[in-house]
Write a new protein. Structure first.
Length: 554
């Protein structure tokens, strides 16, 4: 038996907003809540289960949540004083975490100069050349899945030789070899389903359920992740997944999945299960079996990554509803068939969309849709086509996102090749998904930004489908969910005023209308929005709820 060794997996900050030693341009949050570091957990759990080695996890986002100005470097240095580590790995899921890497590897090197240091995670796999060029203290980067590779080097009597010989481990020397091509090492997914949550402090994580008028979050809620498959057969232009997991689908068995969910219920009180598969519905027989079994467990299920609607038939909708799915996110991407076919490169049968939306509503599932706006080659007319399509389909809620050139995606490659992004956005960690960064000839950044803003106000508020269809209670719940996330949203208050007036609740009508007027009177930008959409700050009876058109930008 190999002597027991010790590894530390460091989850790099994605809540990067306070460290003085990190560039100001990178001090922004990637997400607004702490989520279990699922990738680090699967790796650590697998190695501990398959060997006599020890693996610890430290999530550096935890101190930043309670104190945004915390000196993470100092905290990391203090943590390292707890003992010796043969291996120190840095988990990098987001480009924006990169600025921390050099600082923390310097600290680790000074403390443990003989330890092997490596990085891994989606962002590391798509930018390994830049990282190894800029961060000199790393011995290697693990390409894609880390469970098997970490176990291999910990089992080895000569781990540096493994780094040198394995194509899964990318070293600085290999990057200089023009013929080198990294290759992933895959494990049986049944071996990674049983995540050991004792490796982290469960109470530190305050996961927020995805947008839904049916969110049942309260202090006793217990939400956990699960990923039951890896891979995606589609090659959407804006997605990095084709360059990561690839098109071949791999699945964990239904029995292992259900067994783990029951374990989480029995031992941790799970009430909400978040499934983070990229294509949970692709294998319809398997998906139905999963939902059929989950339906016996009395929990809530959400799938915030979005699903491909082509695989939803009546039985699937019924089984999802019985399993606790009350909200579903449909990855539509565009309302223009040409853009979908020629730009996004995603096969969707348009004739199926409306029937699927109707099916979801039949089984009381809130139907949301994802759209990507501002792709190269998309015209102003096609953006208007997308708006009209979304209106006609009757989605309960629409999410409009900027076309963002993520590293590893075809869009990023196209943008670099064609000069569609400035040099500053090619720097690791510089792209913020909340802004439009493309410089496409004939396309105005301001127009894309205003179009997305207008589409949101138009379709989700002014022309909200549940107001149009007189589902007032559902509309009320939707606008309340907005206010839980954006307390000062005046249009949500205005629409709540309209809803309460409709059902005769004058007290709440006046309450929300008063808040709306106070916000708008203090902010000229919101006053301009009200003018565009015929929202009166003098009398909400003048509100025209029908046929308000998307305001076209110049």
């Amino acid at each position: 038996m190999v002597n027991s060794k010790k590894a530390l997996i460091v989850v790099l900050p994605y809540m990067v907003n306070g460290e003085k030693k990190v560039k100001k341009t990178h001090k922004r949050n990637i997400r607004s809540f702490l989520a279990f570091p699922y990738g680090a957990l699967t790796i650590a759990s697998y190695v501990r289960k398959e060997s006599n080695h020890d693996v610890e996890i430290i999530d550096l986002n935890i101190p930043l949540q309670s104190d945004p100005s915390a000196d993470v470097g100092l905290l990391f240095e203090k943590y390292l004083s707890n003992g010796f580590y043969d291996f120190i790995g840095f988990s990098m899921s987001y480009d924006n975490s990169f600025p921390w890497l050099e600082l923390l590897t310097n600290i680790a090197l000074e403390k443990f100069p003989k330890s092997i240091m490596f990085a891994g995670g989606p962002a590391a796999s798509t930018a390994y050349k830049e990282i190894l060029k800029l961060v000199r203290n790393l011995h290697a980067i693990c390409y894609l899945e880390g469970e098997g590779p970490l176990l291999e080097i910990m089992n080895s009597t000569n781990p540096k030789q493994v780094l040198k010989s394995s194509n899964t481990w990318i070293t600085p020397e290999k990057c200089r070899d023009l013929l080198f091509a990294p290759a992933a090492t895959h494990v049986d997914l049944d071996g990674v389903i049983d995540v050991d949550y004792e490796l982290v402090s469960q109470d530190a994580y305050n996961m927020r359920e995805a947008f839904s008028p049916f969110v049942k979050y309260h202090e006793d809620s217990k939400q956990f992740f699960i990923v039951t498959s890896r891979g995606c057969p589609f090659k959407c232009v804006f997605c990095a997944e084709p360059s990561l997991q690839g098109s071949n689908m791999r699945y964990a068995s239904v029995s292992s999945i259900i067994s783990h969910i029951k374990f989480l219920i029995d031992n941790y009180g799970l009430t909400v299960l978040t499934i983070y598969d990229d294509q949970i519905l692709l294998n319809k027989v398997r998906a139905k079996e999963i939902f059929r079994e989950i339906g016996k467990l009395n929990i809530r299920v959400e799938m915030p990554n979005g699903v491909t609607l082509s695989y939803i038939d009546e039985e699937m909708a019924m089984l999802m509803s019985k399993a606790g799915v009350d909200t579903l996110f449909l990855a539509i991407e565009s309302g223009s068939p040409r853009v979908l076919r020629e730009v996004v490169k995603k096969p969707i049968a348009f004739k199926k969309i409306k029937p699927v939306v109707n099916l979801l509503k039949k089984y009381n599932i809130f139907a949301c849709a994802f759209f990507v706006i501002g792709l190269p080659g998309e015209t102003r007319e096609e953006r208007i086509e997308t708006r009209n399509f979304a209106y006609d389909m009757g989605f309960d809620w629409c999410f409009f996102n900027y076309a963002t050139p993520l590293r590893g995606s075809q869009l990023y490659k196209d943008c670099v090749d064609n000069g569609w992004i400035k040099e500053k956005y090619r720097e690791l960690g510089s792209i913020n998904m909340s802004e439009y960064v493309l410089d496409i000839p004939g396309t105005s950044k301001e127009e894309i930004q205003e179009t997305i803003f207008n589409m949101n106000i138009d379709l989700n508020f002014v022309n909200n489908v549940n107001i149009r269809d007189a589902n007032i209670e559902l509309a009320i719940r939707s606008f309340k969910e907005v206010l839980l996330r954006h307390k000062g949203h005046p249009i949500a208050h205005f629409m709540l005023s309209i809803c309460y007036k409709t059902i005769g609740n004058i007290e709440l009508d006046e309450y929300h209308y008063g808040i709306f007027k106070d916000i708008v009177n203090e902010n000229l930008n919101w006053l301009d929005v009200c003018s565009k959409f015929n929202l009166s700050i003098d009398n909400n009876d003048t509100f025209i709820s029908k046929k308000v058109k998307l305001v076209e930008t110049a």
